[in-house]
Design a protein around this ligand. Sequence first.
Ligand code: ATR
Length: 277
Amino acid sequence: MTDQYAVFGNPINHSKSPQIHGWFAEQTQQDLSYLPILAPEDDFQSSAERFFAEGGLGANVTVPFKLDALVFADQLSPRARRAGAVNTLQKGKQGMIYGDNTDGVGLVRDLTNNLGLSLQGKRVLLVGAGGAARGVVEPLIKAGVGRLKIANRTPEKAQQLIKIFHGLQQDSELSAGNWRSLEGSQYDLVINATSASLSGDLPPLPQGIFAPGALAYDMMYAAEPTSFMRWAQQEGAEQVADGLGMLVEQAAEAFFLWREVRPATQPVLQRLRHQLT
Ligand code: ATR
């Protein structure tokens, strides 16, 4: 039987993961199938149980099931536990289900490998403190950023994130605050991890936050630049990027976990970009 993989979400029609993993499989000559599965919003567990009982070997998990997948997994990677979310499941020995989170590694790979950024010692501003932000804090710290500030509309949530990741890497300085606390500081990298772009909104960031040569990164992606990307460009960010590369890189990391083969991401990213525009 062909090895079976899947992505769970609701909705799932829009997901690019089946195409991405299909291209990875073709490129690395792996015989596998990868299907989208629409799970009921209130019953991820039954869908996932059925999939693995019927021979599924691994799955990606997207909105709104990343917390359900965390609970579903029998065993968690430390990074998934700290991220508080699972985006990759894998069936292990004796049917144990292992949960991991490749989102943060995907972001860091996109920044360093695709966009050519060195994170070592950099001043980074993470905008947002929800699930998407939490998933990327650990890999950013581990990549050696000098300073990581987390700013959020509800600053208490940013403070909570700092508590979770405090002490992970002694030489990264972590802090949290509201929009006003950003006034007068400059950053080499500003990452939008809020869901504001979804509704065309913009977090009210102060002017002048981009250091010379700064990169503005929106974890969302769309055919057109997001409102955050357009604002950043006007504000003088040297480079702006969306999250399509992160999507491909997190998928590649999941593929590697399952198949122990690392696919080339550039051609897949290019095909996807071409399709999107
Ligand atoms: P996700 O999993 O996408 O991170 P989430 O956990 O609901 O979703 O978090 C959404 C994030 O976007 C939060 O940081 C939220 O700010 P609050 O914590 O104050 O709610 C932020 N957010 C959503 N809409 C926003 C807006 N219009 N302006 C600023 N921040 C916004």
